[in-house]
Every structure is written in structure tokens, then in C-alpha cells.
Design a protein around this ligand. Structure first.
Ligand code: ATP
Ligand code: MG
Ligand code: FE
Length: 344
């Protein structure tokens, strides 16, 4: 089979095609980041409009790339086996564009239609380079909108073990970068800057480290960084931005690692994965390497390019759904929030 996926949940317009062996034969992403950067974050109204402008071209390119890869002169919609789309969670006005487009294509080409949860996609991103990962496993989802530890009991069967009470990790990176005047998105900028800094220079709070549960809180850390910057400025001292970046990042990592270790012990899982945009953070990846090695747990990381939003990860979920013949009706709608734990 050939399953096409569309992803428009935030500020990436993406389309991908997976073949029956789980190989991505096409994986196209058009980022809108430049249009949002000047506002310091994603502007929902702009995201929707840019998706509308981009989606036909992205889908066409996706079909062309797949045709070249498979070695046929042309791939048409009716050559596909199913059309899938991220239907939740995300910016509803952005999701709606992908959902309407995918439904229209499925209807016109008379193909089954599959709805995919974006967070399940971030989990499946691990399968792109490591197809043999098998539940039970623990996955840490760290993205712009989510921070949670999930027990994957089986593919499609998820239990959220704990999540953030306030900001997401990616959001904290973005807000701290903004406070430091570093631009958007903050994650990649902070992680680059942190390489030159001393992670032990400033003792930022490790919130919820000893809470005894798997919940997170990031807003206090963000406030602590902003307060530190203000105090230094008021005292007329020059701030070492690399030290601030490295110390902030280390505070995040310490809590992430401690809670992940708790989750592994709680579930007894022997496999651990990362998902979401923050999974591209080199220091976090390295810290998980050390922790998993110590615990004798197998660590799988998504390829760097598949950490942030893409349609390849959505296509991999859709392939499983296609095999199970679990389809959505064409009356399905985009949804801003959907719990990953709800049975499919
Ligand atoms: P969600 O998946 O929760 O709906 P999203 O799709 O907006 O949110 P992603 O695209 O998965 O989020 O991830 C984007 C986030 O990842 C941004 O907050 C960005 O700053 C962060 N990020 C990207 N690269 C890095 C990095 N190297 N270090 C830390 N954070 C990073
Ligand atoms: Mg994004
Ligand atoms: Fe995402």
C-alpha cells in the first residue's frame, strides 16, 4: 500500500507518503517560521492562511517526489491506498485546512480517510529510523505545546503517566529566548548558545524534582530566568548569555531525566523514546544516553529532522491504522484537544 499523510497542526505545512514496508518514499515540509518569527511566536490566523496557500503545492510535490522515488512517471491520487491527516491536537484553524484538504482528496479519489493524533505521530517519529522498537516502552513527549511521560503499552494503547501543570518545555525555551532577546524559535538558539556556557554557573530551580510524581512545572523556571536577567541588569552587571542558556537548559534536563527514570522504574519498561521538537536538543539527547546506559534501557531517538513537526511521522501511524482498517468518516472534524489515552 501507499498511504499519504497531511500535517497542518501548527506552522508546518507537510505531506508524506509511506509504503507497505514502512519506508517513507516522500516527506515534504514547508515551514512558515519566517512569517511568525517577527511576532515572536506562531500567530494562528497567519498559520491558517499560509497553510491554505501552501497545501496544494506541498501535496503535488509530495506525489512527484514519491513517483521519482518509486520509479514511475507519475503518481496520481487514485494510485494511493488511503489519505490521512492530523486531526488533533493543535491550532484548530490550522488543523481545519489539512482536514478539509485531506477529506476532499479522499472523497474525490474514493480512498479511505484516516485521522491521526499529532502526539501519536511524535511517538511514531522514533520508528522512522528504528522500525523495530516494540512496546511496552516509555516515551517522553517534549514539544512546543506538550510535556508528558507516556506509557506505550501497545501501539495505539497509551497511558499518560504525568504532564506539565503549566508551560511546555519548548514553550519555556521559546519564552526564555524571547526574554533574552534571542529570537524565535528559542529552542535551537538556546541549545547552540548553551554549548559555550557553564551549566553550573547559575542555580536555577528544579521545580517538582522531589514531588514524588510524574508531573512537571516550567513556568517558575522561566520566571526565575527573567528575574535573574532583571536583577543583573539593575545591578549594572553584564549577563553572560551562554551561561544563562546552559544553566537554564541544565535545570530543564535534570528534572526531565529524574522523572523519566521514575517512569521507567514504575512501568518496568526496558525501552525509552523521545518525541517532539525539544527531542532535537543535543544536551537532552546526550543526558538520556547516559541515563539509559546506566539503567540498561534501550534508548531510541527520532532523527533530528523528524523531531519537529512533519508528515512522515503521521504517515507511519496511518499505515498501522490502514492495516487495521480503522477509518474515519468524512464527517470527522479537527479538534484542538484530544486525550492520547482515549481508545482510538
Ligand atoms: P505540539 O507538538 O505540542 O503540538 P508543536 O508541534 O508546536 O507542539 P514541535 O514542532 O513538536 O511543537 O516543537 C517545536 C518546539 O521545539 C519549539 O518550542 C522549539 O523551541 C523546540 N525546539 C526545537 N529545537 C530545539 C532544541 N534544539 N532545543 C530545545 N527546544 C527545541
Ligand atoms: Mg512547529
Ligand atoms: Fe508537534
Amino acid at each position: 500500500p501507499l498511504v499519504l499523510a497531511i500535517e497542518t497542526s501548527c506552522d508546518e505545512t507537510a505531506a508524506a507518503i509511506v509504503d507497505g514496508s514502512g519506508q517513507l518514499v516522500s516527506d515534504v515540509v514547508a515551514s512558515q517560521i519566517d512569517f511568525h518569527a517577527r511576532f515572536g511566536g506562531v500567530v494562528p490566523e497567519i498559520a491558517s492562511r499560509k497553510h491554505i496557500e501552501a497545501i496544494c503545492g506541498v501535496a503535488d510535490e509530495c506525489l512527484d517526489v514519491a513517483a521519482a522515488r518509486i520509479g514511475v512517471p507519475r503518481l496520481r491520487w487514485r494510485d494511493l491506498s488511503a489519505v490521512s491527516v492530523t486531526y488533533a491536537p493543535g491550532l484548530v484553524g490550522a488543523l481545519v485546512v489539512g482536514v478539509a484538504f485531506a477529506k476532499g482528496a479522499a472523497w474525490a479519489a474514493d480512498l479511505p480517510f484516516i485521522g491521526v493524533n499529532h502526539l501519536e505521530g511524535h511517538i511514531y517519529a522514533n520508528k522512522i529510523a528504528t522500525p523495530d522498537i516494540e512496546p511496552p516502552l516509555v516515551v517522553s513527549l517534549v514539544s512546543g505545546g506538550h510535556t508528558m511521560l507516556v506509557h506505550v503499552k501497545a501501539w495505539g494503547d497509551y497511558e499518560t503517566l504525568g504532564s506539565t501543570l503549566d508551560d511546555a518545555v519548548g514553550e519555556a525555551f521559546d519564552k526564555v529566548a524571547k526574554a533574552m532577546g534571542l529570537g524565535y524559535p528559542g529552542g535551537p538558539i538556546i541549545s547552540k548558545l548553551a554549548v559555550e556556557g557553564d551549566p553550573g554557573a547559575i542555580d536555577f530551580p528544579r521545580a517538582m524534582l522531589h514531588s514524588g510524581d510524574l508531573r512537571f512545572s516550567l513556568s517558575g523556571l522561566k520566571t526565575a530566568v527573567i528575574t535573574y536577567l532583571r536583577n543583573e541588569e539593575a545591578a549594572g552587571r553584564e549577563v553572560n548569555k551562554a551561561d544563562v542558556a546552559a544553566s537554564f537548559q541544565q535545570a530543564v534536563i535534570d528534572v526531565q531525566i529524574a522523572k523519566a527514570e521514575m517512569a521507567l522504574k514504575l512501568t518496568g519498561a526496558k525501552e525509552f523514546c523521545l518525541g517532539g521538537g525539544v527531542a532535537a536538543n543535543p544536551a537532552l539527547r546526550a543526558a538520556y544516553g547516559v541515563m539509559c546506559e546506566r539503567l540498561g534501557v534501550r534508548l531510541t531517538l527520532p532523527p533530528m529532522s523528524a523531531c519537529t513537526d512533519n508528515a512522515g511521522m503521521i504517515a507511519l501511524v496511518a499505515l498501522d491504522r490502514y492495516r487495521e482498517q480503522k477509518f474515519f468518516g468524512l464527517d470527522a472534524d479537527a479538534q484542538a484537544h484530544v486525550n492520547l489515552d482515549e481508545p482510538y
